[in-house]
Ligand binder design. Structure first.
Ligand code: C6P
Length: 410
């Protein structure tokens, strides 16, 4: 049974939201870029540095034991957050980008040969394109793409099976598009790939903190997300990998902490996940992320999802009334963000004027340049929501965009 949530009340947990920008109350709608942090996360970080700070896995003194326990507890918490089978399937990274690079470098270098294919979709973020292009250049493999159907932002799933040829070794795709708000049916897509023995990676950067994400029901081999987009600190992320795969993968960075033995000629390595965590890791990051995951799950990600979707649909309906506006992504069933362009104004001008009105939007290619090119645009303006945003804020967004249109139309 879902409990009623006082969404506006939750704003009290976020000190940063209570300020004026250019003399207007801040309206933060750039949550897809990074989310704001609740007091629970700020306090966890402060507590860690005031009471427990030490290096992990090395010392045998009390502080080191406490830091190591906090670090490994966060790993176990992350496993529960995405329903991984065991904590050993969780690797700490700097974020989604590093997680994908880890797979491309370690798994990719071991498994890809000339003539193989890497299947992506046309709506991927640069961090799910460039690592694969680098891998393809090293191995002689080729990157191929499942097409998007245009402004509506849906994958052409009827073309998927024909693309899942025997040369495809990995399918890597985004769960929720950061520039269109499309929600991809990742479980169905991964099932088709798995039935053909194709390894799968899901980029959950925009989904992990917004809806329930369960790696076992998705059935993927890898899944990556960033802490900073889910109320956690910057500089920490999670890569999930199925244990049978991680155990066979070589390290991708060498250094302290990831070894069993080292001599002058050669070294042996710890099992996963520590084999993939060379050097002193970000320790406060997992501590803050742990607090963020607790915070989100106390609200309930199913509830957050409904709230996000409701705001996005409400924003879509409001913005779509504006004369000459071009909207991107599906109208219904979208995630909590809207992307649009005014006929009269460049996206950067819209974002600049919105900023003068106290509203934080994002304008640009959103690190999806190939998709923008396909849509025939350089950039879009984007408003991205989170649970601390309200319908009143959406009203203010729509009014402001209408004012900006009139300003440029005159
Ligand atoms: N998208 C946005 O404003 P990092 O930078 O590693 O935390 O996340 C990269 C990333 C990967 N995949 C998707 C779908 C993403 O949206 C992002 C980050 C931000 O849309 C910054 S470009």
């Amino acid at each position: 049974m879902s409990h009623p949530i006082d969404w506006s009340g939750l704003r009290a947990d976020f000190p940063i939201l209570h300020q004026q920008i250019h003399g207007k109350p801040l309206l933060y709608l750039d949550n897809a870029a990074t989310s704001q942090k609740p007091k629970a996360v700020l306090q966890a970080l402060q507590h860690y540095y005031e009471h427990d700070n030490a290096n992990v896995h090395r010392g045998i003194h009390e502080l080191s034991n406490r830091a190591t326990t906090a670090f490994e507890n966060a790993r176990a918490r992350a496993a529960r957050f995405i329903n991984a089978r065991v904590a050993e399937e969780i690797i700490f990274t700097r974020g989604t980008t590093e997680g994908i690079n880890l797979v491309a470098n370690s798994w990719g270098s071991q498994n890809l040969r000339a003539g193989d294919k890497i299947l992506l979709t046309e709506m991927e973020h640069h961090s799910n394109i460039v690592p694969w292009q680098l891998l393809a250049a090293r191995t002689g493999a080729r990157v191929v793409y499942l097409p998007v159907n245009g402004d509506e932002g849906l994958l052409q799933l009827d073309r998927l099976e024909a693309l899942l040829t025997p040369e495809v070794r990995i399918l890597s795709l985004v769960h929720i598009s950061n520039s269109m708000g499309t929600v991809n049916p990742v479980a169905e897509i991964c099932a088709l790939a798995r039935a053909r023995g194709i390894t799968t990676l899901v980029d959950a950067a925009q989904s992990a903190g917004h809806c329930p994400v369960d790696v076992q029901s998705i059935g993927c081999d890898f899944l990556a997300f960033s802490g900073h987009k889910i109320c956690g600190p910057t500089g920490i992320g999670i890569l999930y990998g199925r244990q049978q795969l991680l155990d066979k993968m070589p390290p991708w960075q060498g250094g302290g902490e990831m070894i069993l033995t080292v001599d002058y000629e050669q070294s042996t390595f710890k099992p996963a996940p520590h084999r993939f965590e060379a050097g002193t890791p970000d320790i406060s990051g997992p501590v803050g992320l742990h607090a963020a995951m607790d915070y989100l799950d106390a609200i309930g990600r199913d509830q957050i999802w409904r709230h996000d979707q409701e705001l996005a649909e409400y924003a879509w309906e409001g913005l779509a009334q504006i004369k000459g506006i071009r909207m991107f992504g599906p109208r219904k069933g979208r995630a909590g963000l809207v992307s649009f362009l005014l006929k009269e104004a460049h996206a950067h001008d819209v974002v600049t004027l919105a900023d003068h009105a106290g509203i934080a939007l994002r304008g640009g290619h959103h690190c999806t340049q190939p998709l923008m090119k396909k849509l025939g645009v350089e950039s879009t303006a984007r408003a991205s929501f989170y649970f601390y945003n309200t319908r009143e804020e959406v009203d203010r967004l729509v009014e402001t965009v209408e004012q900006i249109r009139r300003y440029f139309a005159d």
